[in-house]
Design a protein around this ligand. Structure first.
Ligand code: BTN
Length: 273
């Protein structure tokens, strides 16, 4: 069961660029399998890099690395993740899943969408495979890196502040506060997010195929990509962009793309436009 979301009381009027209240975070995550230990840095190059080093050193799963300022954040497909110091949720979880990694990809995106909807008035969707969007613009990116018998789930969520100073980025990305028209306290959102992922992770670890199908169905129901034309960049199948109609996803979460010549292509990764 998910634990109830913490109240937002006291958040109104709070500064929207104060450092994270780490004690509040620690308190909200106590007792969960994920989020312990919580390792906080005021600034770090990349939380994924740090969590990957923990994995290499043999650390147990559940460790959560959080920062207020990521100086060399990495995105999918070799992209850079732009920092907004003290205004994002920047975190990486070290996991050692016993189920296929694509379910982790689904569970992570699902946990982010459900946490945003539980703690803000906003409604969000998922762009295949795991970008979280509001009104067509991205608020959260997820980078899952595997190796050393571990999976590091890195999340960058634009919570407060604005991207207006970067018009090229602002055309395709946004912050929760910009969409809600008010600052959003980061701690309740982080606690809701990790709590949901903790719950989904336990279901996937213990529930077998029934739990895996249930998570896939919940993820699929939130995909805004399906039933529309899609351009996919940098797939492993071809170097050129692929264009077609996004028909569905298969049981592994791969996108089924109907090309204009009628061919049905199974796309395992890429970036949808
Ligand atoms: C994407 O390209 O959409 C994925 C972005 C992932 C960014 C997060 S921020 C926390 C973690 N650390 C990193 O260096 N990257 C991920």
């Amino acid at each position: 069961m998910s634990r109830p979301d913490p109240p937002n009381a006291g958040a109104a009027g709070a500064s929207d660029d104060a450092p994270l209240r780490v004690d509040e975070l620690r308190h909200g995550l106590s007792g969960l399998a994920l989020g312990n230990p919580l390792i906080y840095f005021p600034a770090v190059d990349s939380t994924n890099t740090y969590a990957s080093a923990l994995a290499r050193a043999g650390a147990a799963e559940g460790a959560l690395v959080v920062t207020d300022h990521q100086t060399a954040g990495r995105g999918r497909i070799g992209r850079v993740w732009k920092p907004l110091p003290n205004q994002q949720l920047i975190l990486s979880l070290l996991l050692r899943p016993t189920f296929p990694a694509h379910y982790l990809m689904m569970a992570s995106a699902l946990a982010v969408t459900e946490a945003i909807e539980a703690t803000t008035p906003l409604r969000v969707g998922i762009k295949w495979p795991n970008d979280v969007l509001i009104n067509g613009r991205k608020v959260c990116g997820i980078l899952i890196e595997t190796g050393d018998g571990a999976a590091v789930v890195g999340m960058g969520l634009n919570v407060n502040g604005s991207l207006a100073s970067d018009p090229e980025l602002a055309a395709r990305a946004t912050t929760l506060a910009a969409e809600a028209g008010a600052p959003i306290p980061r701690e309740p959102l982080a606690i809701a997010l990790i709590s949901r992922l903790d719950d989904l992770y336990r279901q996937l670890s213990t529930g077998g195929p029934a739990a895996q199908n249930a998570v896939r169905d919940r993820w699929r129901a939130r995909l805004i990509t399906l039933g529309r034309r899609a351009t996919i960049h940098q797939t492993p199948q071809r170097t050129d962009a692929l264009e077609g109609f996004a028909v569905d996803v298969n049981s592994d979460g791969a996108l089924l793309l109907r090309l204009d010549d009628g061919q049905l292509l199974t796309v395992t990764w890429g970036d949808v436009e």
